[in-house]
Ligand binder design. Structure first.
Ligand SMILES: [Zn+2]
Length: 165
């Protein structure tokens, strides 16, 4: 096997330096691999659970400092509601995303903003039952001529996005 410098095979050196990789960096950490499979930007995977035929993946957004959009004061998370969305099947398994959201409160007592929930349209639009990618997929299917009931059968049973603490 061809080696250079460190004595490692050239192909392995190139792999570690990401030179042979056309796509994204190669991931070695299991959490990073899991997040990459889930495929939502800026989120951390909290847990996975299989409930009958449906897989549930709990996520949260990776949040650093949040400021009040009205007054600019620092905000704190006062609640972490869990909201469920229907996602695209993963590996042939019907899947739901359980998004542990951040309900924020402004620390400025004279601010009128009070509280708000952090959202991310890349994950799901407000008041939607579907993740954004599932909604796009369903729209494309129906736009391509499939009937709504047929498309709905391919997604896990709709569950009202109930908010729990
Ligand atoms: Zn404020």
């Amino acid at each position: 096997m061809k080696t250079r410098g460190t004595g490692e095979p050239v192909a392995l050196q190139a792999l570690k330096q990401n030179k042979a990789n056309i796509g994204s960096p190669i991931l070695f950490d299991p959490s990073d691999i899991c997040s990459a499979f889930v495929g939502l930007k800026g989120v951390r995977v909290l847990h996975y659970q299989r409930i009958g035929p449906v897989a549930e993946i709990a996520i949260e957004k990776i949040v650093s400092e949040v400021r009040c959009p009205m007054c600019g004061f620092i905000a704190h998370a006062k609640e972490r509601p869990l909201v469920t969305y229907i996602d695209l099947p993963f590996g042939g398994t019907p899947t739901r995303i359980k998004w542990k959201k951040h309900r924020m409160v402004c620390i400025n007592l004279s601010c009128a903003k009070r509280s708000w929930t952090l959202g991310d349209h890349r994950i799901a639009a407000s008041h939607s039952l579907l993740t954004t990618r599932a909604a796009k997929w369903a729209t494309k299917q129906v736009g391509g001529g499939r009937c709504v009931s047929e498309v709905a059968k391919e997604l896990p049973q709709a569950q009202q996005p109930a908010t729990t603490n």
